[in-house]
Design a protein around this ligand. Structure first.
Ligand SMILES: [Ca+2]
Ligand SMILES: [Ca+2]
Length: 399
């Protein structure tokens, strides 16, 4: 009687189970999830990433960690539909060899509606993504200019190059570029350092230009750059200066200073930056003795206009840009003895570079810190002295 009762109970449980899930559905699967790093990273597969597998029918969650080959293995997974997530936190020291940049990053990925069919052993690949590590940097500044065959001075061939030093595509839309007010050194006997340099929290821009766009119109891929020319023409042309080291007729942007007398020509093939604020003469001439240059973001209409201390009322004010808005900075001074003339605060740029002379075609290019998957990661320690090298001729778009 006891045995019969047991058998009856057993059959009852067995039949209930059969009704609930047919025999076929009980066949489980082994599910492999592979976590991949972003394509710009130094390694393809992410180990020690956390993977979750959520059954969308009953909400049950299984968690596993990827192994040395970037794979997490889930055994005895019931057929059904699953949402999969992958996440990986990299501390700065872990990120450095992967991204080239010493900054922490959080990576995530998800795949919803992944279907597991009983008895099959599917493999899912998740491509991790995260915020861009790194940012836009000033890659090269060619400000010295060149000499003509007759010994004249030529400065229209100046340019600034901006480089995407990040792991992801960045958008240039709305980016400002500016030169900073102040003498580069003892240009003449009465030259003084800028009186603004007592303000350690702001820099004071003389002229400001802006890249147009509504937000996503001007993407710049990792490891790529744009050149902003004073004039977007071939400066080696016979009518200009055959001694100039650069052809800037195919660059991305130029600074066109529209004037009634047409002293600055508009190169039709090279788009113009927006002239946001201008205190220069005929064109955006960077000081050939050494400029301070910044790139920054913000709302120009909210920036304060400040009269230069001691300046005549006819001199236009300068634009006060908070250090916090500055993305990157570069400073060149007249010579090695000009440190008291620094215009950029130590927080933005702890050092400066200097050329051997004016109009000698020397250029200043940011050093390469490392190369990852063919992508150069440029050195950025916020110190132009150590981050830039003096080169004998400019190298727009090159190294
Ligand atoms: Ca121009
Ligand atoms: Ca143009």
């Amino acid at each position: 009687m006891k045995n019969l009762l047991f058998l009856t109970l057993f059959l009852l449980v067995f039949l209930t189970a059969c009704r609930k899930d047919n025999f076929e559905a009980l066949v489980t699967s082994t599910v492999t999830v592979e976590a991949k790093y972003p394509v710009t990273y130094g390694q393809p597969l992410a180990s020690a990433a956390t993977i979750t597998l959520t059954n969308i029918t009953d909400g049950s969650v299984k968690t596993a960690t990827t192994n040395a080959t970037g794979q997490a293995i889930f055994t005895e997974i019931l057929p059904g539909t699953y949402n999969i997530t992958a996440s990986k936190n990299l501390a700065a020291t872990e990120a450095q060899p992967l991204t080239g940049i010493n900054a922490a990053v959080t990576l995530n990925a998800s795949q919803n509606g992944a279907i597991v069919v009983g008895g099959q052993n599917p493999k899912f690949q998740l491509q991790l993504q995260g915020g861009a590590v790194g940012g836009l940097v000033i890659k090269e500044v060619y400000y010295t200019g060149s000499k003509t065959a007759s010994g004249g001075t030529y400065f229209s061939d100046q340019f600034v190059e901006i480089y995407n030093n990040a792991t992801d595509t960045l958008f240039l839309d709305g980016l400002f570029i500016a030169d900073i007010f102040g003498n580069a050194g003892l240009i003449n006997a009465t030259s003084l350092p800028t009186a603004f340099n007592t303000d350690k929290d702001n820099v004071y821009a003389s002229s400001i230009w802006q890249i147009p766009g509504t937000g996503k119109q001007y993407p710049l891929a990792p490891g790529k750059s744009i050149v902003i020319a004073q004039d977007g023409v071939n400066h080696k042309d016979a009518t200009l200066n055959p001694n100039s080291p650069v052809d800037l007729s195919k660059v991305e942007w130029e600074t066109y200073n529209e004037r009634p007398d047409n002293r600055d020509a508009d190169a039709p093939a090279v788009p113009n930056l927006i002239k946001t604020y201008f205190t220069g003469g005929f064109d955006w001439l960077l000081p050939v003795f050494g400029p301070g240059v910044i790139i920054f973001r913000g709302d120009f209409t909210k920036l304060e206009q400040v009269v230069i201390p001691g300046a005549a009322s006819t001199i236009p004010p300068r634009i006060k840009v908070p250090n916090t808005a500055v993305i990157d900075a570069f400073e060149a001074l007249k010579d090695g003895n000009s440190v008291t003339f620094k215009r950029l605060t130590t927080a933005l740029d702890a050092g400066f570079v200097f050329a051997d002379d004016t109009y000698n075609m020397q250029s200043f290019r940011r050093k390469t810190s490392t190369t990852i998957n063919g992508r150069r990661v440029l050195q950025d320690t916020n110190n132009s002295t150590s981050d830039f090298e003096k080169i004998v001729l400019p190298t727009p778009k090159g190294f």
